[in-house]
Design a binder for this molecule. Structure first.
Ligand SMILES: [Fe+2]
Length: 243
């Protein structure tokens, strides 16, 4: 059965600041399931000098979680992606290994720092687009350069980037400012993806179900399905389409 997607979460154990061990990985997956999620794209961080776990280790641990989950959550489909923190060599790094991309496709979940400027964000987004990648800008509400400037979000989207926001921002768990800004983006039709960005089952847990309900209430069920089912399903299709 097709339920919701979570396309941004930190469930692979022991590779970043998300799940520390297999027990936590399975506990987060249980919450995903309780939220109505059937398809999870796990996106461990890659960030220079902070999260540099080699991709072989990431892949091995992902395969272990997937194997463990098979018997506990037989109806869930699990995939591997990456949340890639931008840098000036990222075009080469991303090209070097499909594990830096979403399920090995041309989709890249791209993260910035709160200190990054408008021009840096635009230039790095364009750098990926011009090489044929499809950037998905991770939690845009978090960057002051974007969160203060809805026109820039629109410009990036017009350039061809996709926009992702976090479920917690939309439902108000990250504060009033984030709720208001993501609500505005939603109303303007500028949100392409919503992820949980779950790291654990306490302060950074999965609230996809609640976010889906809010989106459906605000802009209708078919738009909610586009964001939580059809758009992420495109990534899966791209991963399994014939060459
Ligand atoms: Fe994240």
């Amino acid at each position: 059965m097709q339920g919701l997607f979570d396309m941004h979460c930190h469930i692979v154990p022991g590779v970043d600041d998300g799940a520390g061990d297999m027990r936590m990985s399975l506990a987060i997956l249980k919450e995903e399931k309780d939220n109505g999620v059937t398809d999870v794209i796990m996106t461990p961080h890659f960030r220079r000098e902070m999260f540099e776990t080699d991709r072989d280790t990431v892949l091995q641990r992902f395969l272990t979680v997937r194997e463990e989950a098979k018997s506990v959550f037989p109806n869930m489909r699990l995939y591997i992606g990456c949340e890639f923190h931008s840098n000036m060599d990222m075009e080469q790094i991303i090209a070097s290994d499909p594990l830096f991309r979403m399920i090995g496709t041309r989709y890249v979940l791209l993260e910035f720092s709160s200190a990054h400027s408008r021009s840096y964000i635009k230039e790095r987004t364009y750098a990926l687009l011009s090489r044929g990648y499809q950037p998905i800008l991770a939690h845009v509400e978090r960057y002051p350069a974007l969160a203060k400037d809805i026109d820039l979000v629109e410009e990036l989207r017009d350039m061809g980037a996709y926009i992702q926001v976090n479920a917690d921002a939309l439902i108000g768990k990250d504060g009033w400012g984030f709720k208001r800004f993501t609500g505005k983006l939603l109303k303007e039709g500028m949100i392409d993806f919503i992820g949980s960005d779950a790291h654990n089952i306490s302060d950074r847990a999965c609230h996809i179900g609640k976010a889906y309900a809010r989106v459906a209430r605000k802009i209708g069920k078919s738009e909610a399905d586009r964001i939580f089912i059809h758009n992420p399903a495109e990534i899966v299709s791209a991963a399994y389409e014939r060459p």
